[in-house]
Design a protein around this ligand. Structure first.
Ligand code: SF4
Ligand code: ZN
Length: 360
């Protein structure tokens, strides 16, 4: 394979180690071993003359200023906006992918390339408060994300990831060090189901990354896309909820989101009844903040104080309608609500923007 090393999207990759004439990629838990001229499972990394190169440094498939509620991150600067970039391909093989048009596409040879400097300039120009790497799996854009996060931090912007959580421990440590502030991680279901549907994925690694995120003091929220016949049974939902409660903490928000048929999956859309059942299961497991996603207007979108029960954040779609927290404390009973909040109510109220592609 001929590589034009002058191509702006090609860079020497991080986290690689030579092994017996091949090179191993340590960016995600697939830990691919690449022969000379070969590509990794995700098709975004290649072995050229004994070194790994990323093919997607700054390759942007989608770019839009999104409400942070869309990630979803509900306990993290509500009403703010993050300039969000996606790239190409994925390290999972889920047949229901809601963003399959970019996640199932290998990086095209002439993708639009955006430098970290230009991305940060655009973030500020659009009046966003932070960045988000999302739409496809952001772990694959590790090198670009690290450069973006460093620049963003210098400008006082926050940094977020919407991820399947399959990066290695080393990759997450690098991201946190560079300035990652918050992640939404998709917990998809039980090990055998996910191994089968998502092509060899070991979900235990995702749980381990969630624990590491908390140890690194990152803000963490969990999403489960509830898919009929895959993970909508009581036992499966109950296991996920209990593990969040016992291994991550009852204060970690859990978003149970509605799926719509996409890509190779034809099961019907998730019913409201199923999502409400999932919500009840989450609360029954002790979780204090369970949200119903992808059902705009459903009251399961609101945040209630776990002490006094008052609605402290009211949402409509991706917009925040009411905000009754003062510096992270319930206005009604002064209970501290876990999250990363505005120190005071933002000037000019809370604004949201039209959404771009779905984040998960
Ligand atoms: S990022 Fe993951 S899937 Fe891609 S080459 Fe590296 S180990 Fe393989
Ligand atoms: Zn209260």
């Amino acid at each position: 394979m001929k590589i034009e090393m002058s191509s702006p999207g090609y860079r020497e990759a991080m986290l690689q180690v030579p092994i017996n004439g091949k090179v191993q990629c340590l960016v995600c838990e697939r830990r691919c071993l690449l022969v000379e001229g070969g590509k990794g499972w995700c098709r975004t990394r290649t072995n050229y003359e004994g070194k790994l190169y990323t093919l997607i440094y700054g390759a942007v498939s989608s770019l839009s200023a999104n409400p942070i509620e869309k990630k979803p991150l509900y306990h993290f600067y509500p009403g703010s906006r993050a300039l969000t970039a996606g790239s190409w391909s994925c390290n999972f093989g889920c047949p229901w992918c809601q963003n399959w048009d970019i996640s199932k596409t290998a990086p095209p040879p002439h993708s639009q390339i955006m430098s970290p400097e230009d991305f940060i300039r655009e973030t500020l120009r659009q009046g966003c408060q932070g960045t988000s790497i999302s739409f496809n799996e952001p772990t694959l854009s590790l090198e670009w994300s690290l450069d973006v996060f460093g620049l963003a931090r210098e400008k006082g912007l926050y940094n977020t990831f919407v991820t399947n959580g399959y990066m290695t421990e080393e990759a997450l440590a690098l991201l946190a060090e560079a300035g990652l502030n918050a992640m939404n991680v998709d917990i998809k279901g039980e090990a055998p189901t996910i191994r089968k549907h998502c092509k060899g994925i070991e979900v235990e690694q995702v749980w381990a990354r969630c624990q590491q995120a908390l140890e690194l003091d990152l803000h963490l929220e969990i999403t489960t896309l509830v898919i009929p016949s895959v993970n909508d049974g009581d036992e499966c939902l109950s296991n996920i909820a209990s593990r969040i409660a016992t291994e991550l903490g009852v204060e970690v928000p859990w978003h149970v989101s509605g799926y719509f048929p996409a890509y190779h999956f034809t099961a019907p859309p998730t019913s409201i009844n199923t999502l409400e059942r999932a919500c009840d299961i989450g609360r029954g497991a002790g979780l204090q903040y369970v949200y119903i996603g992808n059902m705009p207007g459903h009251p399961g979108d609101n945040t209630h104080c776990p002490n006094c029960g008052e609605a402290i954040i009211l949402r409509q779609g991706f917009s925040v309608l009411e905000y009754h927290l003062l510096g992270g404390v319930c206005k009604y009973c002064e209970t501290t609500i876990p999250g990363v909040w505005w120190s005071e109510k933002p000037e000019g109220g809370l604004v949201s923007a039209p959404p771009g592609p779905p984040d998960q």
